[in-house]
Write a protein that binds this ligand. Sequence first.
Ligand SMILES: N[C@@H](CCC(=O)N[C@@H](CS)C(=O)NCC(=O)O)C(=O)O
Length: 219
Amino acid sequence: MITIYGVYRSRALRNIWFLEEAGVAFRHVPVIQANRLKDPDAPDAPLHSRHPDYLKINPNGGIPAMDDDGFKLSESFAINFYLARKFGPPIGTDDMAESARFAQWSLFGATEIEPHSIQILYNRVQLPPDQRNEARVAEAIAALKRPLATLDRALAENGHLVGGRFTVADINVAEVIRYALPAPEALDGAPHVKAWLAACHARPAWKKIMARREEEPAL
Ligand SMILES: N[C@@H](CCC(=O)N[C@@H](CS)C(=O)NCC(=O)O)C(=O)O
């Protein structure tokens, strides 16, 4: 059985979304980010990303991680590539060219989008208000213009990134675009991205995991 380590309020959501879309039963261990705890070393602290027991699963100490009957894997996108291969279509694939396209779009998301979109999340939502910096948000919005235009052109064709259907590529890229939503103006020049993201977030699997995320203690 597959175990996913990591709370819903983390990149574990990418893997949980995949599994829900594919209808795969899994075990969930809600490892929390150590930096969200007041005292991670307290004896009653929940299992967290820097706990020695968790470092045996992911020596780098980030969430998510996966264990599939003893096969341990970290890195959210690597886990989704594994799941895509293991469970195949429609969310994954058996086809080498589609697999390569999954990697192309996911790495595009990880390298061209996430470094900027996450600055929007930090500086509009996650940092304490006195540490937020609007100049960083403006820089991020400017830096996102080119990759968002590329994504917009790709989505204009048929509303999906690979194979004309909803796949792991949509999951991985939608998850990094989501970080930009605290600055909705970032998507102003990208109508197809907006429509695609709304369709991704209208999916029953997404609604289900968002409901579970809301139930999770915010701390
Ligand atoms: N590149 C990694 C990033 C993992 C990561 O940094 N996760 C965050 C939560 S979303 C985390 O674990 N932060 C707390 C920590 O590093 O201790 C991935 O995509 O899995």
